[in-house]
Write a protein that binds this ligand. Structure first.
Ligand code: CAA
Length: 266
């Protein structure tokens, strides 16, 4: 997809791989990267809504072998005033919202530094698979600011308030094994196995009912914001709603017939 200067986009099997590709700046997120990420995700969202089932999962990673994303671009931020910073942070948050609302899972394949806005981009994905070389941190306080793309909020929801505050006030970097221990990442794998692990997850998801996958993601995200009784009701309604789908009938009949299900996403 030639219309992107800062991203590489490639479809492999059922996976769309989005690579933030500014390795000389350790893939730092400047306004152009944020705008291009928005466009890339919006294009996929529209295709999914139009019933295109070719992409069943997204993998976001970083170009080069050193960084996932080393943060928002400090050179682009240094002269920002309050209004410009407000716009920039809002645009970063909009990308996070779009990822959460996408009807397919989004995996962060963290291959190196995931700092500041890079840690936040990873947190905005549905889950993180990290290479043994990955390092995570929210070093914004070293720059006299705080996380602006969701770090204070998504990090505390992922690892708890106390750990999030420790990371956000110390600016300390943690290694992949520590990130695994505190529940920031789902798995840690050898660097050379990172992409294949993520592709394997998408390949597994691609065999499942597309409507069910989209609903599972939606209900987990939306339910996390609700009191338990309301969240459980959301699940009841989504569960029942899927009984209007051909996929439910196909999935259950295939089990009883001892054959593989062939889902149409309908
Ligand atoms: N913004 C702009 N450029 C960056 C960058 C960033 N966040 N991170 C790295 N770079 C650039 C460096 O300036 C350097 O460029 P030059 O070669 O032109 O000098 C190049 O990438 C390579 O970086 P280093 O030479 O610093 O590499 P290193 O191996 O010595 O250190 C590092 C790696 C520890 C990741 C270090 O680059 C670093 O600390 N980067 C900044 C991390 C950071 O503070 N991120 C938070 C940004 S603020 C933010 O993200 C706000 C928000 O929430 C929205």
């Amino acid at each position: 997809m030639a219309e992107f200067e800062t991203l590489k986009i490639e479809d492999r099997g059922a996976a769309r791989i989005i690579t933030v590709d500014r390795p000389k700046a350790l893939n730092a997120l400047n306004p152009q990267v944020i705008a291009e990420l928005s466009r890339a995700i919006e294009a996929l969202s529209q295709a999914l809504e139009a019933g295109d089932r070719s992409v069943r999962g997204v993998i976001i990673t970083g170009g080069g072998d050193k960084a996932f994303v080393a943060g928002a671009d400090i050179a682009a931020m240094v002269d920002m005033d309050r209004d410009a910073a407000m716009t920039f942070a809002s645009q970063g948050h909009a990308v996070g919202e779009m990822l959460a609302n996408l009807g397919v899972p989004v995996i962060a394949a963290v291959n190196g530094f995931a700092l500041g806005g890079g840690c936040e981009l990873a947190l905005a994905c549905d889950f993180i698979i990290a290479s043994e070389k990955a390092k995570f941190g929210q070093p914004e306080v070293k720059l006299g600011v705080i996380p602006g793309f969701g770090g204070t909020q998504r990090l505390s929801r992922r690892v708890g308030v106390a750990r999030a505050i420790e990371l956000c006030v110390s600016g300390e970097m943690i290694r992949a094994d520590e990130a695994l221990r505190i529940g920031l990442v789902n798995r840690v794998v050898a660097p050379e196995a990172l992409l294949d692990t993520c592709l394997g997850i998408v390949a597994t998801v691609a065999q499942m009912g597309p409507l069910a996958v989209a609903e599972a993601k939606r209900v987990v995200h939306q339910g996390a914001e609700l009191p338990l009784a309301a969240a459980n009701q959301l699940e009841v309604e989504a569960f029942a709603g899927l009984f209007d789908s051909a996929d439910q009938s196909e999935g259950m009949r295939a089990f009883l017939d001892k054959r593989s299900a062939e889902f149409e996403g309908e």
